[in-house]
Design a protein around this ligand. Structure first.
Ligand code: FES
Length: 107
């Protein structure tokens, strides 16, 4: 099982913020809802657009390109034209840092 990797300072991700970064050579997007950090692949499953300019409505990440939406808790697509899920990453906060565990098969 992969080890957790620090990817951002907790202070750099406020409530409702969206932060794009990379870990283990993979692009990810971070957000925080109700104080909890969620991390997903930074690539829309509809047409591969990045989520850098996405917005957040409740627990839904809104793709800026065609307005597809995803539940940040599960990665499940919640609005057409998005149909397929986006991969989510296991995340935690510890010692003022945000840590993620790369999904199995990725380092
Ligand atoms: S690229 Fe995201 S909804 Fe189309």
């Amino acid at each position: 099982m992969s080890e957790f990797v620090a990817i951002a300072r907790s202070a750099d991700l406020g409530e409702g913020a969206i932060l794009a970064t990379q870990v283990a050579g993979l692009l990810v997007v971070l957000t925080r809802v109700e104080g909890v950090v969620y991390v997903l692949d930074n690539e829309c499953s509809h047409d591969q657009s990045p989520f850098d300019a996405a917005t957040l409505e409740g627990y839904e990440l809104c793709c800026p390109r065609h307005a597809g939406r995803f539940d940040v808790r599960t990665g499940k697509a919640t609005r057409f034209p998005a149909v397929w899920p986006v991969r989510t990453w296991e995340a935690k906060e510890e010692n003022d840092w945000i840590w993620v565990r790369p999904p199995e098969g990725e380092r």
